[in-house]
Write a protein that binds this ligand. Structure first.
Ligand SMILES: [Zn+2]
Length: 235
């Protein structure tokens, strides 16, 4: 039943759907939008937490854990709250950061790079952490954004079950939309615990994904961005 739901919500279902078996361990993203059910917000956050708490308890009991133990007793509730209010809160559009733009009064028309943004997300295939750094840049189209909003946009999309490729594109498209310019770059350098702590158990592997829009497709502009990202931050 669960598998059927996943398949039905895959955006590419018309041109031959991708089944969970096809995805396997290979981390193939199936679309740019996060696949959501039509009734995703039919129940309240509180009801979601109650349901999740119940099911986490079922999982723990199935694993043979004794939920009468003091240490385990509160886990189903803690996991439910963490899913809904923290690590998957970016599924709810109500939590999308409100962006105010300011007039670019300084006539600063070079690129602005916000680098080393701390990134915590979760792999949608295993629900284990993805962590690393995001670097984003844009060239102003006459308006500028508060710097912390760049971090907030990254964090909003990170707080979803993700594949790194989709996360990269979602951040880039949102920046293009709010900044009203194609001239946006996003680079994500991250480790996936599903690769480093299980499966192939490769703790050194990191995954790099990038998006270059507009002027950033120009080789010199792209190289300038990459040079800034490489600069040390010991200051
Ligand atoms: Zn994974």
């Amino acid at each position: 039943m669960k598998q059927k739901e996943i398949t039905l919500n895959t955006p590419h279902k018309e041109n031959g759907h991708v089944s969970p078996e096809d995805i396997g361990n290979d981390h193939i993203g199936t679309g740019f939008e996060t696949p959501m059910k039509a009734d995703a917000f039919a129940i309240s956050e509180e009801e979601k937490m109650k349901k999740i708490e119940f099911h986490v308890q079922e999982i723990m009991e199935t694993l043979g854990l004794d939920l009468n133990d003091d240490s385990l007793q509160g886990t189903p509730n803690r996991v439910a709250k963490m899913y809904v209010e923290e690590i998957f809160s970016g599924l709810n559009p109500a939590n999308k950061p409100k962006i105010t733009l300011f007039e670019n009064r300084y006539q600063y028309n070079q690129m602005l790079v916000e680098k080393d943004i701390t990134l915590y997300s979760h792999c949608e295939h295993h629900f284990v952490p993805i962590f690393g750094k995001a670097h984003v840049a844009y060239i102003s189209n006459g308006q500028v954004i508060g710097l912390s909003k760049l971090n907030r946009i990254v964090q909003y999309f990170a707080k979803r079950p993700q594949v790194q490729e989709r996360l990269t594109v979602q951040i880039a498209k949102e920046l293009q939309s709010v900044l009203k310019t194609e001239d946006v770059a996003v680079l994500i350098d991250a480790k996936h615990l599903c690769v480093s702590s299980r499966g192939v158990n490769d703790s050194n592997a990191a995954t790099v994904t990038s998006f270059y829009g507009g002027k950033f497709q120009d080789e010199n502009t792209k190289q300038e961005f990459l040079k800034y990202v490489e600069l040390g931050t010991e200051y």
